[in-house]
Write a protein of this length. Structure first.
Lengths: 385, 339
């Protein structure tokens, strides 16, 4: 795709999103109908349109009175559905990878974006294969079995990210010290959005970013969350505004994980361990609820920005709706942190280091932060003993 | 002299390889002997822990063992743009394709084209794995071009794809090329409907991207064990022994050396991981077995062990369907299915 075409697509996305959110409501309805014609998965989108209209009409009807509120809610729901619809339709037609590639980003940004999205695809494939391996062994697919795959996924993601860093090095592109961990967290966060897509707000993304903070520290946890979310928001929904609340909110989840970085999860300190697990559970619950408030506040800005009662109703309804997902996330956070940390430790102790394909998080090859070294550097670094 | 390696920690015996301009050297050796580690050290990716001497006096280009991991762009065109090159003419038809959605054979073709950048030292790690006939021909042309411009080519390979172009072979440890035992032909009721297959060993063939893997995955179920082409993504446990806990001991012992049992599955070499994956699948009792490029990354002994394990299951009346580009395996098949 040429750069000009890619920019034209972005401009068109921006224009259509603006029309969906601010033009008279028949325009939004027309856009919904148009998106339906272009899309391949019409059934799922139609369901989303219906639920968006009904839920918003119901909540605003209760808050602002049935006559005015319900109509306002229904129109707002249609606007949101139209904005999402045009973005999804266009991105699915053009192809997110082609669009990003066509923008001709600077090499550093382009290689990072490509590394995250390619690793996310790899991880998605790994997830399917791991799940398939379990299924072929007779295990039933459920939330817990999905969570049990997390340690392996982290380990595989790090392996994929290392391979990408090596490929970049061979191509003469410098990568920073944090390239691998950021790609791990961001790619898992992106892949996690696809897994468990059907369950609202119980997404592996939350727990992945939290664990990214636990394993790699605050900067990587926060950056991984932001990059993973921002890229997949564009991938899945173009310029749909609600999606972009995710990125900064996800950074907070990564920072929360980083506070547990020093906990000795496998040591003798039971109190320390239990305190850590309790904090992980609380972080999962509170993180999900904050997420809910942020996203409902943005919905309010689109649907009924002048009514304070509508904001309160949307937030309360959102919180009520998210109680169970929040508890599920809290449990996922608490249940997964020990196995993932343990899997990393065992992998690093489990084979001869010379053959191990993975570098520890803190160990970065000498080439990682520099341009391609001259061949002489290799020979001088390996003089005979 | 373009490259010289004297001694290498991952290898058991002494080693002194010099690779001169215009030479094509094939590295051979049993699974896990350190071929990939050696190529990576020459490419400057890893420093050997206790190095003796590793020279790479020329700017190296490398095609990695797992081709998807070696790509850095979002589309095929973007891949070459990031390398400040135009898309080669032979890949023009797939320039707009999303790199992540390429089949492993297609990704291998792109990764080989990427390595064909005029480097003076070309390092190829199992470059023929996953390639169809056309892809292998392109690989040969790449090596001939490199040789003719005076570059040195060092390729780790278990097969014969580059054998006639090689100026010499270097063996890193004992790697006897065991002859493949015949697989018995059997009759019996139909065990698969689509494709319609009865007991016996059957080969699924077709060009890269023709849907062989997709078909096998569709057929897989808890009662039909499946060994995928990328073995590592099937491992979910902490040791090889745990991975093989459900496998028949005789099949597991045939395919997986006892020395690997205590290792973490994700620290294995490509060939070792393939052996464990095959033992996991063929070690179970079933009437249908599905294998995706089972010969990939296997050394001579591993291939012979694989054929023995398949023959064992066929004798028991099972149907073994394997997607493969390996002529020797296809020759052993009772029936050849085209994807």
């Amino acid at each position: 795709m040429r750069r000009l075409d890619a920019i034209a697509v972005l401009v068109a996305l921006l224009a259509l999103t603006t029309i969906a959110l601010s033009a008279p409501w028949p325009a939004a309805v027309l856009l919904v109908v148009g998106a339906l014609f272009v899309m391949s998965r019409r059934g799922a989108f139609l369901l989303l349109v219906g639920s968006s209209i009904v839920i918003n009409a119901l909540i605003l009807g209760i808050a602002d009175g049935w006559a005015r509120g319900a109509v306002e809610g229904a129109i707002g729901g249609a606007r949101l559905a139209a904005a999402l619809g045009v973005n999804l339709a266009m991105i699915s037609r053009v192809g997110a990878a082609r669009l990003l590639d066509g923008l001709r980003l600077p090499p550093r940004a382009a290689t990072l974006a490509a590394a995250v999205l390619l690793a996310a695809q790899d991880v998605g494939r790994d997830f399917v294969r791991l799940r398939e391996a379990r299924r072929l062994e007779g295990e039933k697919p459920d939330l817990l079995s999905a969570a049990r795959l997390l340690p392996g996924l982290f380990v595989l993601a790090e392996r994929r990210a290392n391979a990408r860093r090596d490929a970049l090095f061979l191509a003469g592109h410098a990568t920073s010290r944090r390239f691998v961990p950021i790609v791990v967290v961001a790619s898992l966060a992106a892949a996690g959005r696809l897994a468990l897509l059907a369950l609202p707000n119980v997404k592996l993304t939350f727990v992945v970013v939290f664990l990214g903070g636990v394993l790699y520290g605050p900067l990587v946890g926060a950056m991984g969350g932001i990059i993973g979310m921002a890229l997949t928001d564009m991938l899945f929904s173009g310029l749909y505004p609600l999606a972009f609340v995710n990125a900064p909110a996800m950074a907070l989840v990564g920072l929360a994980g980083a506070t547990l970085r020093r906990v000795d999860w496998e040591g003798d300190g039971r109190i320390e361990r239990w305190a850590g697990l309790s904090f992980a559970f609380a972080a999962g619950v509170i993180g999900t609820l904050i997420f809910s408030v942020a996203s409902d506040s943005l919905t309010w800005l689109v649907v009924a920005p002048t009514s304070r009662a509508a904001w309160i109703a949307l937030v309360i309804a959102g919180l009520a709706f998210n109680v169970i997902p929040a508890i599920a996330n809290g449990m996922l956070f608490a249940l997964s942190v020990r196995p993932v940390v343990g899997a990393f430790r065992r992998l690093r102790e489990g084979g001869p280091t010379a053959r191990a394909p993975m570098a520890p998080a803190s160990r970065v090859p000498s080439h990682a932060a520099s341009e391609r070294p001259p061949p002489a550097a290799l020979s001088s670094a390996s003089a005979p003993r | 002299m373009i490259s010289r390696v004297v001694g290498f920690p991952a290898l058991s015996g002494p080693l002194d390889i010099e690779v001169a301009s215009g030479e094509v050297v094939i590295l051979r050796g049993p699974n896990g002997c350190g071929k990939t580690s050696l190529l990576r050290a020459l490419a400057g990716l890893d420093s050997p822990l206790t190095p003796r001497l590793v020279h790479a006096r020329a700017h190296p280009a490398m095609s990695m063992q797992h081709p998807h991991g070696a790509l850095i762009g979002l589309t095929v065109e973007g891949e070459f743009r990031l390398r400040k090159r135009g898309t080669p003419a032979e890949l023009e038809s797939m320039a707009d394709r999303d790199v992540a959605l390429l089949s492993s054979g297609e990704a291998r073709r792109v990764s080989l084209a990427v390595a064909d950048e005029g480097a003076q030292l070309l390092l190829l790690d199992e470059p023929a794995e996953g390639l169809d006939v056309d892809g292998r021909e392109r690989l040969r042309m790449l090596v001939v071009r490199a040789r003719d411009r005076g570059a040195a080519v060092l390729a780790a390979d278990h097969g014969d794809a580059l054998l006639d172009l090689a100026t010499r072979e270097v063996h890193l440890g004992a790697c006897d090329r065991e002859p493949l035992a015949p697989i018995p032909r059997t009759d019996g009721p139909r065990l698969l409907d689509d494709p319609p297959l009865g007991p016996g060993f059957h080969a699924l063939v077709g060009p890269n991207g023709s849907g062989k893997t997709t078909l096998l995955r569709k057929l897989a179920s808890p009662s039909r064990p499946f060994a995928p082409a990328d073995a590592t993504a099937m491992f979910t446990r902490d040791t090889v022994a745990d991975e093989l806990s459900r496998a028949d001991a005789d099949v597991a012992d045939e395919l997986v050396p006892g020395t690997l049992r205590a290792r973490h599955p994700l620290t294995l070499s490509g060939g070792e991981a393939q052996r464990v994956s095959l033992a996991r699948a063929l070690g179970r009792r079933a009437s249908v077995y599905l294998l995706d490029e089972p010969e990939a990354h296997l050394d001579g002994a591993g291939r012979a062990a694989l054929v023995r394990a398949i023959a064992r299951r066929v004798r028991e009346g099972a149907c073994v369907l394997a997607a493969t580009h390996d002529d020797a395996l296809v020759a052993l098949a009772q029936q050849v299915v085209r994807a």
